[in-house]
Design a protein around this ligand. Structure first.
Ligand code: LYS
Length: 308
C-alpha cells in the first residue's frame, strides 16, 4: 500500500442520530472556517470537494423499539456509503465531516466495500457499541459500531430500511482509543470480543504514542492494511472541544490527538477519516471557534500537515 496525496471531502449535515439541534450545521461551519483551503495548504495534497450528502429524502414512518429515526439514519448512511466508495475508487482518502457519529455506519460500510482488509480505529470518549436493546438513550449515534460488525448482528432485531447494509466487517479489525464513558453492556461486548482498547487510563499509563502504535501493531502486525479513523471530537477533553453534544471531562489534549494523527499519517495507509459530533450550536462563539479549530488541527495532522 502506497501513501496517497489525494483527498476527497464529504460533508454530512445529519443530526438525527441524537437529540440535540446543531450537529447538522457542522459541515457548513467547518467549511466556513476554511476546511478546504487549509487542506490545500498541506504540501502536495490534491483536495477535491465532493459536496454534502442528501440527508432528508425519506419518510420517517418505521418504528423500531428504542431506536430513534431509523429510516433517516438509514437513508443518510446509504447515500454516504456510496459516496465514500466513490471517493476511494477515485484514488483519494475519504475525509468525511459530520454530522453525528451514526454516520460512521456509512463511512465504514463504504470503505469496507472497497477495502475488505481495512482496520478501524475508533477515537472517542464513548464506545458507540450499543444495540437498541442495550442503549439507554435510543440514539443511533451510540450504536454505529454494533450495526457495523458481523459478530453482533444476531443481537439486533430485523431493522426495516437497513437491508442495503450487510454487517460484514469483523470486530477483530476494530480498536478503540480515548474511551472514558462506556455503558455496562458495551463493556461486556468489548470484553467478550477482546477488542484492543486504550481507555484514557491506558493513555495516561502508556502515553498516546505507545498506545496508537500498539493498537496498529495488534490489528495489523505486517503493516499492510488500509486504515480508517473515525474521530469523535468528544474524544478530546471538553476544555479543548466544548461544542459537542455529549462532552466528557478528562479526555485527550489537542496535542495528544495531533500526535496520534501524525503517527497514523506516517504509516502512509490512512484511507478514510471521519470528523464527527462538532455541534456549533452548543456554547458561545469562543467555544464554537475553539472546537472547530481543534477539529481542523486533527484533520490536518492526519493528512500530513506539519509546522516543523
Ligand atoms: N453511550 C451513550 C449512548 O448510547 C452515549 C453515546 C454518545 C455518542 N456520541 O447513547
Amino acid at each position: 500500500l502506497k501513501p496517497l496525496n489525494r483527498v476527497g471531502v464529504i460533508g454530512v449535515p445529519f443530526e438525527k442520530g441524537q437529540k440535540k439541534y446543531g450537529v447538522s450545521i457542522a459541515p457548513a461551519a467547518v467549511r466556513a472556517a476554511g476546511l478546504i483551503d487549509e487542506l490545500k495548504e498541506i504540501d502536495g495534497l490534491d483536495v477535491k470537494d465532493f459536496g454534502d450528502i442528501e440527508t432528508s429524502s425519506c419518510e420517517n414512518n418505521v418504528n423500531v423499539n428504542n431506536m430513534n429515526h431509523l429510516p433517516l439514519v438509514s437513508a443518510c448512511n446509504k447515500n454516504l456509503s456510496e459516496r465514500v466508495s466513490h471517493v476511494l475508487k477515485d484514488g483519494r482518502i475519504a475525509v468525511t465531516v459530520g454530522g453525528d457519529h451514526s454516520i460512521g455506519v456509512g463511512t465504514v460500510d463504504g470503505h469496507y466495500n472497497v477495502n475488505k482488509d481495512m482496520i478501524l480505529i475508533w477515537v472517542d470518549a464513548h464506545a458507540d457499541i450499543n444495540t437498541n436493546k442495550t442503549s439507554e438513550s435510543g440514539s443511533a449515534h451510540g450504536m454505529p459500531v454494533a450495526l457495523l460488525v458481523r459478530e453482533l448482528s444476531d443481537y439486533w432485531p430485523y431493522l426495516p430500511t437497513m437491508d442495503w447494509q450487510v454487517p460484514r466487517f469483523s470486530i477483530k479489525n476494530l480498536g478503540y482509543i480515548g474511551l472514558r464513558s462506556v455503558d455496562k453492556y458495551e463493556r461486556l461486548a468489548i470484553e467478550k470480543y477482546n477488542v484492543p482498547t486504550f481507555t484514557m487510563e491506558d493513555v495516561d499509563l502508556h502515553g498516546v504514542e505507545k498506545s496508537i502504535t500498539h493498537l496498529l501493531k495488534v490489528l495489523d502486525p505486517e503493516n499492510r492494511k488500509p486504515i480508517h479513523v473515525s474521530f469523535d471530537i468528544d474524544s478530546l477533553d471538553a476544555l479543548e472541544a466544548p461544542s459537542t453534544g455529549t462532552p466528557v471531562r478528562g479526555g485527550l489534549t489537542l496535542r495528544e490527538a495531533i500526535k496520534l494523527m501524525e503517527i497514523i499519517h506516517a504509516t502512509g495507509r490512512l484511507r478514510a477519516i471521519d470528523l464527527v459530533e462538532i455541534n456549533p450550536a452548543i456554547g458561545n462563539e469562543n467555544d464554537r471557534k475553539r472546537t472547530i479549530e481543534a477539529g481542523l488541527c486533527v484533520l490536518k495532522a492526519a493528512l500530513g500537515f506539519s509546522r516543523k
